[in-house]
Design a protein around this ligand. Structure first.
Ligand code: COA
Length: 260
């Protein structure tokens, strides 16, 4: 499907989803969020796609936040709808996806932009990137899961400080805090993201999907993560991939997984 605000590129089993509103620093308007929902739905259901790298067009911004212009005239009920709709159709959907998603943070990742990166499974930042949740500057607060995911990633004290001061941090502080996994130069960003994703793509896809489910359960207060781990572990034993993985190990050869 062709999109107005996204570019989709395929490189073997890697799919790039590139947010393409460079003149607005790739801010997430309603149309872009709807397209992100469709793009991720299609990627998660396309057997030709093994994993996704999401990034922003240009060198200045990953995503500079939700589109502030669309907040004019919104009342309390409208605000609830914006947060609930965005969380369920985009941010939670990415986090709970059955394929690995890596955010390649190529510049500003602010507000909804950092929330988008935090919904991904792995984050890599260019050394020029700047990150923050500056919503309180606008009389708002994070609404796309930022209060929860930032607290999980950097701890409560740092999340409190970052959100209440609205300060932006650079890539090296983000790395020190555990907000991003790696920092590389801008020109090595996609190469690094591909290197990590290709390592994951050489493993058993259903086992990777089960691992995503079980790790996510550790951060759902109402879920019994240990029980979910038992179920996912058990599910792996029902796959063809485990037979291939074990045979390959015993025969001292590389496994060839089919994702079945
Ligand atoms: N929503 C809508 N438009 C945005 C935007 C957002 N979140 N962030 C940037 N833009 C637009 C600007 O309005 C400007 O559009 P214009 O050229 O039509 O006037 C364009 O993108 C370029 O941004 P500009 O502010 O001129 O760039 P800058 O280099 O001076 O500043 C930022 C960069 C990121 C510091 C600044 O754009 C900013 O603070 N953005 C908002 C960040 C934010 O609060 N995000 C959370 C939203 S809930």
């Amino acid at each position: 499907m062709a999109f107005e605000n996204l570019l989709i590129e395929n490189k073997k089993r890697i799919q790039y989803i590139i947010i393409n509103r460079e003149s607005k620093l790739n801010a997430l308007n309603k149309a872009t969020l709807a397209e992100l929902h469709t793009a991720f739905y299609e990627a998660f259901h396309n057997p030709g796609v093994g994993g996704i790298i999401i990034t922003g067009a240009g060198q200045k911004a990953f995503v500079a936040g939700a589109d502030i212009a669309e907040f004019v005239g919104v009342d309390a009920d409208g605000g609830r709808d914006i947060a609930r709709q965005g969380q369920t159709t985009v941010f939670d959907m990415i986090e709970n996806g059955n394929k690995p998603v890596i955010a390649a943070i190529n510049g500003f990742a602010l507000g909804g932009g950092l929330e988008l990166a935090m919904a991904c499974h792995i984050r890599i930042a260019a050394d020029t990137a700047k990150m923050g949740l500056p919503e309180v500057t606008l009389g708002l607060m994070p609404g796309y899961g930022g209060t929860q995911r930032l607290s999980w990633l950097v701890g409560k004290g740092r999340a409190m400080e970052l959100i209440m001061t609205a300060e932006m941090i650079g890539a090296s502080d983000a790395h020190r805090f555990g907000l991003v996994n790696h920092v590389v130069s801008q020109d090595q960003l996609l190469e690094k993201a591909e290197e990590i994703l290709n390592k994951i793509l050489s493993k058993a896809p259903l086992a990777v999907a089960s691992a995503i489910t079980a790790i996510n359960a550790a951060f759902q207060p109402t879920a019994n993560g240990f029980e979910i781990e038992i179920n996912e572990f058990s599910r792996c034993f029902g796959t063809k991939d485990i037979k291939e993985g074990i045979s390959a190990f015993l025969q001292k050869r590389k496994p060839e997984f089919t994702g079945e």
